[in-house]
Each structure stands twice: as C-alpha cells, then as structure tokens.
Design a protein around this ligand. Structure first.
Ligand SMILES: Nc1nc2c(c(=O)[nH]1)N[C@H]1C(S)=C(S)[C@@H](COP(=O)(O)OP(=O)(O)OC[C@H]3O[C@@H](n4cnc5c(=O)[nH]c(N)nc54)[C@H](O)[C@@H]3O)O[C@H]1N2
Ligand SMILES: Nc1nc2c(c(=O)[nH]1)N[C@H]1C(S)=C(S)[C@@H](COP(=O)(O)OP(=O)(O)OC[C@H]3O[C@@H](n4cnc5c(=O)[nH]c(N)nc54)[C@H](O)[C@@H]3O)O[C@H]1N2
Ligand code: SF4
Ligand SMILES: [Mo]
Length: 753
C-alpha cells in the first residue's frame, strides 16, 4: 500500500481547496514545526479570493482530533451494557476479516444479500470519484443506497428527462443574473448547493449592488432571506403549486419568450393545458402566497433582462421534488433563461469527456425495484428510506451484509430508530469512515482512510456544478501511515473479486480502461492514439492522481498528451496552486443534450401525471390543521459529522425546535422549555426556541444530531448530543418519481413536555 514519503520542510505555507462543502474555497495553510499553525482563506485563489467559513479553518482540529481513527478497528464482542468493544488491528488483519465476512455471506446468501450505502463526503473525495466504479462493479450488488435519495435525486431525474443525462444539471449564473429567485435554499448558512460558488453571500450582495434583485422563498426567514430584497414565506411542500401558477401566468399573459431554445422544445400545448387549473388564486389557497405576489413574480421573471431561479433542499426533499425541480427548469425555458448568461447554465468541467456526436437514449428509471416496497431504481440506486426494511424483512434477497462509505444513515435517513435496529441486526458490516459514529459503531470492521489534509484533492463532482469553470488541484499536506480511499477501495475490489495482488493492479486497470475508451471514441482529443504510449505518459503518485491526470489531459481543456501543449495536466495544476480559471459559463445547447433527437420534451417521463397527482394531493393536505416540520442547517455544522470539533459546537445549543409565537401560545410551549414532537413514526423531546423566524404552522428542527450512543467514539459530540430529527421522518413518504425522502413538511403534533 502506498505510503507517501516526502521531504517537505517543517515550516512552509501550502494552498489547498477545502473539501467540506460544495463551495470549494481555497485555503492558505501555514505549517510550523511540522504542524498546522493556522488556516486562512487563500486571497489568491482564482475562485474564492480569500473567502472561507468557520468550518474551513477546522481542518486542523479534524486532523488532530484524538477520536479520529488512525488504525482499523475490529469488533470483539459487546460489554455488559451491550456496547460494542473494538480492537485496533493492522491493515492486513482488517482486510482479512473483511474477506472472511464477505465470503461467508456470499456463500450462504449470494451476492444480492450484500448492499452498499454511500454518504455525502464521497462526493467531495477525489478517490471515490475516480475509483467508485471499480468497487461497485466488484461488489456487483443492485442494493445501492446513498445520501442522494435524502438530497438531490429529483434534480438528477428532472435533468434525465429534460436533457437526457441525469448528471447534466443547470446552475444559476449568479455572477451575471439580474434577478435571482431562491427557493428552499439558505446559502448564507449552507454556502450553496448544486451551485458551487465560494462566497455565495458576497455574490448575492453583488447582484443587488449591480441593481439586480434577490427574492427568497422559504417558510423560514433565514439569514439569506434577511439579506434579500424580498422574502416570501411559503407553506412547506407547496412550491410546485407556486411554480405551476407562475407558468400559468406566463402562458396566460403571453409572456412566453423562449429565444434560442424555442427551436428545441416540444410539448408547449400539453403544458398550456395541464397548468390550466393552477391559477394564482388557486395557488394562494395552497401555498399561502398572495395571488398578486405570484403574478408579480412571474412578471418580474419575464421582464428582467436575465433571471435565474434555483431550488435546493426545501424543494427536493418534498413529495413533489422532481415536479418542482422540473417546473424550475420549465420557467427558465419559457422565459429564455435556459442556457443563457444570467440565467441557468450548464458548467463544463475540465474533466468532462469530449463526445461531440453523443447519441442519446431515452432516460430510464425502474430497471429494477426495491424488494419490499417495490420502489423503482433511479440512477442505479434504491431509496435510502427502503434500507431498513430491506435489511429487516426476511425473505429471498434480504440484505445480510452492508458496506457503508463516509455515511451516517442512522442520523441522516428517515425512521432513524428502525435504521439503527436494522444495522444492529446484520450478519456482517464493513465501514470506511474516519470515525466510529452512530452508524459505524455497528460495523464488524471500520477501515479509516487518511484525513483530508493527508490526501490529494480535486473537486470532480463540483466542477460540474460550478458558476465558473475552474480547475484546482491540492497535493497532500502531510504524509500518512493510513492509506487514502483509493488504496482501500482497490483492496476491497480485489477482495470482492477473489483476486490476489496489490492496489496498483486496480489503479492501472482503471487508467487503462479510461484511455482505451478515449482512443476509440470519435472526436476525443486522443482519438486513434496508441494506448500504451499514453499510459506511459500518465503522471501521479497515487491511483486517483493518475486517473485525474488521464481525465484532465483528455478533457475539453486538456493537453491531449502533448497534442495541445498549453492544455491542462496534473503538472499544470501543481504549477498553479491557486487554481486555473477557465472562464464564465458558456451556452452549450443543443450539443450538451443527450436526448434521442437532441430535443427537449417538456413532458418526457411521468411529469404530466405528477401535475395531475399534485392537484389531487393538494385537496388531501388542505385544512388538516397540523403543524409541518421542516429542517435547517447551521453554519458551524456539516450534516451529522463536524460535531466532534469543540470550536464548532461550543456556545448556545443549536439543536432547538423553532416555533412561531402564535403556535407556542396556543399549544402552551415556552421558550427555553421542552416540547415533545410526534409524527406517524416517532417522537422526540426537544428544547424549544420561540421565534417568528418560522411562519405560523411550521416548526423547525435541524438534522444530524442525536449523538451519545453507546459504542460511538465522538467524545465532544456526545456532550452536545441534541436530538435526532430523523426519528420523526417517515420512510414511506417519498417523491415516487425520484425515490427521495420527504424531509420537509412532515405533519407533526407538538405538546409541552
Ligand atoms: N431530516 C433531514 N435529514 C437529512 C437532511 C435534511 O435536510 N433533513 N439532509 C440530507 C442530506 S442533504 C445529506 S447529504 C445527508 C448526509 O448523510 P450522510 O452522508 O449519511 O451523513 P454525513 O453526516 O454526511 O456523514 C458523513 C460521514 O462521513 C465521514 N467522513 C468524513 N470525511 C470522510 C472521508 O474523507 N472519508 C470517509 N471514508 N469518511 C469520511 C464522517 O465521519 C461521517 O461519519 O443527510 C440527509 N439527511
Ligand atoms: N453549514 C452547513 N453547510 C452545509 C451543510 C450543513 O449541514 N451545514 N450541508 C451540505 C449539504 S450535504 C447540502 S445538500 C447543502 C444544502 O444546502 P441548502 O439547500 O441551502 O440547505 P438548507 O440550509 O437546509 O436550506 C433549505 C431551506 O429550505 C427551507 N424549506 C424547508 N421546506 C421548504 C419548502 O417546502 N419550500 C421552500 N421553498 N423552502 C423550504 C428551509 O427553511 C431551509 O431554509 O448544504 C451543504 N452545506
Ligand atoms: S464554505 Fe465550505 S468550502 Fe468554504 S471554507 Fe466553509 S466548509 Fe470549506
Ligand atoms: Mo446533501
């Protein structure tokens, strides 16, 4: 296994990209006597220009955290209280135990008894992005689950139907738009999502400074809403109705002006007919937003020189998440804002494959189904909400072994209590994680990769979602005794295939596969070249670095292995530690379309039926008088996992139930007191914060808390435990089109406790 040796001086300054969230800020790291002295924003970073948030500087604390695992651990039984007892072992021994467990489960129950859950940090991890395929193919399971189905899957599905590629996602052109309309996203806290934009707050301020307008639609008056020109409070879960009414208004007042994309779009007549019932007056009854306001929003979007509408968690983790996402794009299309500067545009990553004449195929989901709930496969995955029953429900195909990678579903996914029970019941479990958390404490073996400062970095995923095209590589800051994920994944892949050999076998094979494909593709920058020659030129010390080099050099800006000498390569990025700016986003249609005829069918897939289903559901929701639970994030937190860093969790407790003063008075709950919150599936007792930040009828509780469970090794987090909001979320409540959980707008009862 490759352990890097370097002769780096004990005192130095290095630059790297923060891997913690989607903003990809540049960090300037001062090393003194071989330790991190200080982390600041890199003023010279081509994209972030010095901006960081309070989490960025805590890569030091993360690296130094005594609770972070330095060696693999294997479970050796349970203590008298039922808490697991873990023993540190050498890497070879840990892999041997994994091999035994895996072989035993496969022999007894077959491949389909093995499942995988992938957590959010994988998206921020170079090694996972380059090597996931090797691992997943070797495991060969259809039981793939990930945080995508508690997050952004509706965005993939809407893109799949509209553009023929689930990974082709438009982002708001923040830096050039005249009107920015944000729904269900709070970038002043989250720093943005499906919109990679370091210093999002500054970019929002810049929209206003240049005379543009910012509108925030959110049941909560968030810091982003406070900083906007206008905040519109909306009833949770109803954005699809609001957006349909905007479309209704645009069509009804002849304000449709599609511009360049008009020639590509089918389905306008059906659209006109299906939005007919969604008048602004009707939408007012459902959403709580005045009809006049909805009409004005539509008129503003239509008349602004450019407009960008963007929705995130509050629009995707709802029952009509895919429909909502699709309507956002429909509005961009109708107003001539799709694929135009200042509107919603398609980034072009430096590692995108160059495929000029790509033939499209109809987008498909449901190639297989979840066993118990019969939910369709989406993008190769099953809903995370189905995981507990897939493990607990006996029968043919029952999951008996799980791999979890950089995830914490026991805190992050619906029906947390059942999730916890499910993981505890497995025959075998292997986790790749830097901590023993609420989930990995159930594992037989935990394999801890090197920490963020000990591995190289390039944001493969987020360069596809970025408001500017940028390329930035970070070398490891420190050597590590621990392998990075690429080596761990490669070892696991070999184990799963029952093969001998070391990790380089897998690394080499991946590079070989990539380049062999490239030389055979018409229009590729290396079309027709000799593969062996190219492989001999590939640069990089690690498996994932070598993959990155091969991808960069065959990408749209690549050096094509010498054919384009000024182009990108790993070495070129090493030489530019503050990143390389590849410019503002450029129009990409119709080339970027991968639909069969390179057209945009407004009604591909089940979207028409969804609009009809929405009408029926709205009647059921109306007037049930129940409170609706929504979530929220905090700047000093990151889902469930930065809570072991003292500087981030100290101070006022963050895990409070926010409730509007009117509701609090009616229910008799008081600020600083405790309330019980009950849903169909569970109950928690939370600290109450009475505040008019949340609109009447809505309560808010952050996710990712509920620490202090036996066997977890998170000392600091245990002292700031909080309660787990996902005890309340319902595994049966999903957006049926994308399999994504409803995490916002959950009907609950609140009472003094
Ligand atoms: N109610 C409610 N629930 C939600 C949400 C919500 O808004 N409301 N949001 C959802 C969203 S958007 C998401 S993305 C999910 C997140 O859900 P998950 O991805 O399941 O959970 P995380 O909290 O991100 O846990 C990440 C784990 O990765 C580990 N880790 C960190 N860095 C590394 C690394 O470099 N390598 C490895 N191998 N492990 C690492 C951490 O120790 C941690 O245990 O939660 C979802 N859950
Ligand atoms: N500090 C911090 N940053 C993070 C994370 C974190 O945990 N902490 N997590 C990261 C991850 S994995 C992700 S996916 C992103 C998410 O990034 P964002 O989507 O910006 O995340 P949130 O802050 O949860 O914002 C969701 C907003 O939706 C609102 N909302 C709830 N229900 C509805 C609704 O029905 N309609 C509308 N219009 N609004 C609604 C909520 O009040 C909330 O303000 O953040 C990333 N960045
Ligand atoms: S905003 Fe995100 S990328 Fe930037 S420093 Fe904070 S956590 Fe890191
Ligand atoms: Mo997420």
């Amino acid at each position: 296994m490759a352990i890097m040796t370097s002769t780096a001086p004990a005192d130095r300054t290095v630059f790297r990209t923060c891997p913690l969230c989607e903003a990809t800020c540049g960090l300037q790291i001062e090393i003194k006597d071989g330790a991190v002295k200080r982390i600041r924003g890199d003023q010279d970073d081509v994209f972030s220009k010095g901006f960081i948030c309070p989490k960025g500087s805590t890569l030091k604390q993360l690296y130094e955290d005594p609770d972070r695992l330095r060696m693999p651990v294997v479970r050796r039984g349970f203590d008298d209280d039922g808490a697991p007892i873990f023993e540190e072992v050498e890497w070879d021994e840990a892999f041997a135990v994994v091999g035994e467990k895996f072989a035993a489960v496969k022999a007894e129950h077959g491949n389909e008894a093995v499942g995988v859950y992938l957590g959010n940090p994988n998206a921020h991890n170079l090694a996972w992005n380059t090597h996931a395929r090797a691992f997943l193919q070797a495991i060969g399971s259809r039981s793939m689950f990930s945080a995508s189905t508690v997050d952004q899957m509706p965005r993939h599905v809407a893109s799949g139907y509209l553009y023929g590629n689930g990974m082709r996602m438009p982002v708001p052109d923040l830096d050039r738009t005249d009107l920015l309309m944000l729904l269900g996203t709070n970038p002043f806290v989250s720093n943005g999502s499906i919109c990679t934009a370091p210093d999002y707050p500054g970019r929002i301020q810049a929209v206003r400074n240049r005379g543009g307008k910012v509108v925030v639609i959110d049941p909560s008056r968030t810091p982003t809403a406070e900083a906007a020109d206008e905040h519109i409070a909306i009833r949770p879960g109803t954005d699809a109705v609001l957006l349909a009414a905007i479309v209704h208004r645009l069509i009804g007042t002849d304000q449709v002006s599609m511009g360049r994309v008009a020639a590509l779009v089918d389905g306008m007549n059906e659209l006109r007919d299906t939005v007919e019932p969604f008048s602004p007056e009707y939408a007012e009854l459902v959403t709580g937003v005045a009809a006049g306001t909805i009409e004005r929003l539509a008129d503003d979007i239509a008349t602004a020189p450019t407009a960008a509408v963007h929705g995130r968690i509050g629009t995707t983790t709802v029952e009509f998440g895919t429909l909502t996402t699709w309507l956002i794009d429909v509005i961009a299309i109708l107003t001539g804002n799709l694929d135009e500067p200042g509107g919603s545009m398609f980034p072009r990553s430096a590692i995108e494959r160059v495929r000029p004449e790509k033939q499209g195929r109809p987008y498909r989901t449901g190639r297989w189904q979840s066993r118990v709930n019969a939910h369709p496969e989406i993008q190769g995955e099953l809903p995370a909400a189905d995981l507990p029953v897939e493990i607990l429900e006996p029968g043919e195909g029952q999951l008996r072994m799980m791999f979890t990678v950089a995830g914490n579903p026991v805190l992050s996914c619906p029906d947390a209590e059942q999730m916890n029970e499910a993981f505890a019941s497995l025959d075998a479990m292997v986790s790749i994680d830097i901590y023993l958390n609420e989930t990995t404490r159930h594992a037989d073996v935990v394999l801890p990769p090197a920490s963020a400062l000990e591995k190289s970095h390039f944001d493969i995923a987020f360069s596809n979602l970025s408001v500017r095209n940028v390329a930035n590589y970070s070398a490891p800051v420190f050597d590590s005794e621990q392998p990075a994920e690429d080596d761990i994944i490669a070892r696991l892949a070999l184990l799963a295939m029952g093969m001998e050999g070391d990790a380089t076998l897998v690394h080499d094979q991946l590079v070989n596969q990539l380049l062999s494909a490239e030389v055979g593709v018409p229009g590729s920058p290396v079309e027709g070249r000799n593969v062996e020659d190219l492989i001999a030129m590939v640069d990089g010390d690690t498996g994932s670095d070598r993959m990155l080099d091969a991808m960069l050099r065959t990408g749209p800006h690549g050096d094509a292995f010498g054919a384009n000498p000024d182009g990108l390569s790993l070495q070129k990025l090493r030489d530019n530690p503050h990143g390389i700016d590849l410019g503002a986003l450029e129009p990409r249609l119709p080339d970027a379309l991968q639909t069969p005829e390179k057209r945009i069918d407004l009604f591909a897939g089940p979207l028409l039926e969804e609009l009809t289903r929405l009408e029926a559901r709205v009647v059921e929701w109306a007037g049930d008088g129940r409170l609706r639970l929504i979530g929220r994030r905090h700047l000093r937190s990151n889902n469930s996992w930065m809570h072991n860093i003292e500087v981030l969790v100290k101070g006022k407790a963050r895990c409070t139930l926010q409730i509007n003063p009117d509701d609090a008075a009616e229910l008799g709950v008081v600020d600083g007191g405790k309330a019980s919150v009950r849903s169909r599936v569970g109950e928690v007792t939370a600290d109450v914060e009475v505040t008019d930040i949340v609109m009447p009828g809505v309560v808010s509780l952050p996710h990712g808390w509920g620490h202090g469970q036996p066997g977890a090794r998170l000392d600091v987090a245990a002292r700031h435990a909080g309660v787990n909001s996902n005890v309340l979320t319902d595994p049966l409540a999903i957006d049926p089109v994308s399999g994504t959980s409803v995490l916002n707008g959950i009907p609950v009862e609140v009472a003094p406790a």
